[in-house]
Write a protein that binds this ligand. Sequence first.
Ligand code: AP5
Length: 211
Amino acid sequence: MRIIILGPPGAGKGTQAKRVSNRLGLPHFSTGSLLRKAVSNNTLLGKIAKSYMSEGELVPNPIIIDLIEEEIEKHKDKEGFILDGFPRNVAQAQKLDEYLEHGGKQLDIIVNLEIDEETIIERIKGRLSCPKCGKVYNTKNGYYERVCENCGTKLEQREDDSEETVRNRMKVYLEETFILVDYYQKKGILQSISGRGSPDEVFERILALID
Ligand code: AP5
């Protein structure tokens, strides 16, 4: 199955994509996580991406498209994937369609998480991430320990989670990404669900769609 989890910043895309990936045994590709890893390893990609990410702007399409195609190629023996954070604009969506069509494949379902801005801000304000393994926590979900339960690393707030950058990320989402709801609706593969409620509740809604 080839699944995309779509939604605004902080909607829970990463949280749900990981759960779906574990449940279906499919690889999970998150462009945001891949870029953060590159930034933390100070690679050439990371150096280029850092300035865009810290402003909440999109990293240029050619870089992102190469990055994601490379990841999909690495796992081409698998029966699909879960994408989160990609595509982010129509040009990326078209490139993905072309790439899949070339291999005689297609997307199966786009899960669009609908959520209000107030909930987004609350979730992002409480988010803590492990800079080493990438595990994501939230103080609002009762996690107050300052170290990662997986690897013991001190948790950090993401650099792009400052109020000003989150505002710009929301603006970029509305200007460039929201149009994808229409793009996939026209293809008849979009399913919108509420992203509100607990992570378990949202996961149940997604499973009901996938089943
Ligand atoms: P990216 O990392 O993709 O950021 P984003 O889309 O803004 O999404 P987030 O990671 O903020 O949120 P999420 O929806 O995954 O929510 P999460 O599950 O963490 O991208 C970062 C940057 O990289 C971009 O700004 C851009 O610069 C660049 N980039 C990435 N992809 C790109 C692309 N394709 N093209 C160009 N540039 C690109 O949840 C949020 C918090 O809420 C967490 O703390 C979580 O624990 C909590 N939470 C989740 N679900 C629930 C729930 N149901 N109830 C309560 N709490 C919850």
